[in-house]
Design a binder for this molecule. Structure first.
Ligand code: KIV
Ligand code: NA
Length: 265
């Protein structure tokens, strides 16, 4: 399925709908239908209001528009935390109703049992550790994780909580793990130690792959985290195009004859 650890870097982007999926698919190993769509598409303050039905609707659009990449769909808040049975019922719906290849859920050691339960029942799981946005209210902020744990690396061989999360999800059968906003030396250390591919976002170039939110990476969103690199400035392009349409309508230069039926162009 995915390249082995130490092979080519895994390229992953989010996709929320058919248009972005069809553009990103030829370039990516993984397309993630991230619950970040709550922020990016719906303007929610957090990802907590995102529902399973929303993820399924967007997931179906992305699966339909991609041929190459593995489509992974985020399990939204309140769809998997209560019990492993609840997680299976939700994940099975996602798999059956979208045709995606895997699901992702936020959580490390505490969700190892759930991950093992799903993988034993035919559902490939990608884990997500470090900064987990569904837990923003208990984490308290979007600050990078693992500063103390990274500082302790040189002093002790005892793994800290984030490293233990990575080991736990790998042992539970997750096929890959997203490491989000974890200080670089710790993300690098975890990537070297854990047996499954690590996908970094605000983590380390030593991760086995990298993921960004497509709209952030294209420069469409207004504010972004430090870990986002803008590889294009689509926001200005869109602004210019919308402004040009607006003035063309107002000054009567659009539509032209070539845009009309029953008149010579
Ligand atoms: O929802 C999302 O976009 C994600 C990625 C940033 C990893 O979970
Ligand atoms: Na997410």
């Amino acid at each position: 399925m995915l390249a082995a650890k130490g092979g080519d870097k895994l390229v992953a982007l989010t996709a929320y709908h058919a248009l972005s999926a069809s553009l990103a698919d030829p370039h990516c190993d993984i397309l993630l239908v991230g619950d970040s769509l709550g922020n990016v598409l719906y303007g929610f303050e957090s990802t907590l209001p995102v529902t399973l039905d929303m993820m399924i609707a967007h997931g179906r659009a992305v699966v339909g528009a991609s041929d190459y990449a593995l489509v992974v769909i985020d399990m939204p808040f309140e769809s998997y935390e209560q019990s492993k049975e609840q997680a299976f019922a939700s994940a099975a719906r996602v798999m059956r109703e979208t045709g995606c290849g895997a699901v992702k859920l936020e959580g490390g050691s505490h969700f190892a049992e759930t991950i093992a339960f799903l993988t034993a029942r035919g559902i490939p799981v990608m884990a997500h550790i470090g900064l987990t946005p569904q837990s923003i209210h208990t984490l308290g902020s979007f600050r990078a994780q693992g500063r103390d744990e990274a500082a302790a690396l040189s002093r002790s061989n005892t793994p800290g909580p984030i490293e233990m999360d990575a080991e736990a999800v790998a042992a539970a059968g997750a096929f890959a793990v997203v490491i989000e906003a974890v200080v670089e030396p710790l993300a690098r250390h975890i990537s070297a130690k854990v047996a499954i591919p690590t996908i970094g976002i605000g983590a380390s170039p030593a991760c086995d792959g990298q993921i960004l939110v497509l709209e952030d990476m294209l420069g469409m969103t207004e504010r972004t985290a430090r870990f986002v690199e803008r590889f294009a400035d689509v926001r200005s392009t869109m602004n210019a195009g919308i402004a040009a349409f607006s003035s063309a309508v107002r000054n009567g230069s659009f539509p032209k004859n070539g845009n009309l039926y029953g008149v010579k162009a």
